[in-house]
Design a protein around this ligand. Structure first.
Ligand SMILES: Cc1ncc(COP(=O)(O)O)c(C=O)c1O
Length: 341
């Protein structure tokens, strides 16, 4: 029986969903959403905070500040509340309402950036705002998830060994790329492992992390509007890019089987299924990482009016694509459609 006295002392690390009966191909989905921060970001947050404490960067009157699309913000809010630090999260208008309310409920301050930067994203503007804050008062401490090695080290120390322990015959690992902390930590670990594992990064169309044209991205978590400073592509075997419409379909397909996951899980699962269909006729030992759960996305990915406004009325009209899965009927709009912005 786990008994804890800090919220970051518990993190379910051994739970996998076998997706074969839903998607017709064997893929084990590692669930990272079962902790008090609700996402994989708890691991990176605790590693970065504790290393800043060890380095003497964090003092009792320090104010943590971070740019986050949401989940790191919630994780830092959880840790800051537990350890007695103030925390200011700089996020943007794509951050889910429930994520913002969650941070505020945990006692954090939230600043929302609403103007797109030159790359069509919010990241540049968020970082500029954080820099200005830090220049204004030296009590602000910016952990900088985009450059902090603690971000990838958390996954080298925890996520990757957890997978290696359960899947000694692992052949391919699918990892969504945001800051690329998860990707780089796992890729570095498996590079040193006893047998080769193919590392497949999954990114969203419109992200420039691995090159390509910037484009509209409405689902937070994956993708960047600049090249991720932590990324070293020499550790990545392949990159799969996923359209947001496919992300949404994967999320809804999982939900119709009782598994309510977050948007980036839909991206990773969709990318992994595409890759497995194209690359391997036989079932490989394949694992994908699900960074969070779906409740934070009830007013976006799981809200029909939001979906139809952004992706068109047919977004959920999709056919059964594999044996063993049941057809998902489109949900029809009933009433109260929001006006287009
Ligand atoms: C829901 C979700 N998925 C994926 C990621 C990407 O993880 P990483 O930043 O380690 O690349 C994040 C990061 O915030 C996230 O919140």
């Amino acid at each position: 029986m786990p008994v804890i006295s800090t919220p970051y002392a518990f993190n379910e690390s051994q739970l996998y969903v076998d997706l074969k009966s839903i998607f017709g191909r064997s893929l084990y989905l590692k669930c990272e959403g079962f902790n008090f921060a609700g996402s994989i970001k708890l691991k990176a947050a605790i590693e970065m905070v504790e290393s800043a404490e060890r380095d003497g960067l964090l003092k009792p009157d320090s104010v943590l500040v971070e740019s986050s699309s949401g989940n790191l913000g919630v994780a830092l809010s959880t840790i800051a509340a537990s350890k007695g630090y103030r925390f200011l999260c700089v996020t943007d208008s794509r951050c889910n309402l429930s994520t913002r309310l969650l941070m505020e409920a945990l006692g954090s301050e939230v600043h929302i950036i609403a103007d797109l930067d030159a790359n069509g994203g919010f990241l540049g503007a968020r970082i500029e705002y954080v820099r200005a804050l830090c220049a204004s008062d030296d009590r602000y401490v910016w952990l900088s998830q985009y450059t902090n090695p603690g971000n990838w080290r958390a996954h080298y120390r925890k996520t990757a060994p957890e997978i290696a322990h359960e899947f000694p015959g692992l052949e391919v690992l699918f990892i969504g790329a945001g800051t690329t902390g998860t990707l780089m930590g796992c890729a570095r670990y498996f590079r040193d492992w006893h047998h080769p594992v193919r590392i497949v990064a999954v990114d969203s169309v419109g992200s420039v992390s691995f090159g390509g044209e910037p484009g509209r991205r409405m689902i937070p978590g994956l993708g960047m509007s600049m090249r991720p400073p932590l990324l070293d592509e020499s550790y990545v075997d392949e990159v799969v890019k996923v359209e947001e419409a496919d992300t949404i379909r994967a999320c809804h397909r999982l939900a119709r089987h009782g598994f309510l996951f977050g948007g980036s899980t839909g991206t990773v699962v969709s990318g992994a299924m595409q890759w497995l269909a194209q690359n391997e006729p036989r079932d490989l030992t394949a694992v994908a990482i699900a960074p969070d759960l779906g409740e934070r996305y009830l007013d976006t990915i799981y809200q029909i009016n939001w979906l139809q406004d952004l992706y068109g009325d047919d977004i959920l009209d999709f056919d059964e694509v594999s044996a063993g899965s049941r057809r998902v009927e489109p949900r029809r709009r009933t009433s109260g459609r929001r006006p287009k912005p």
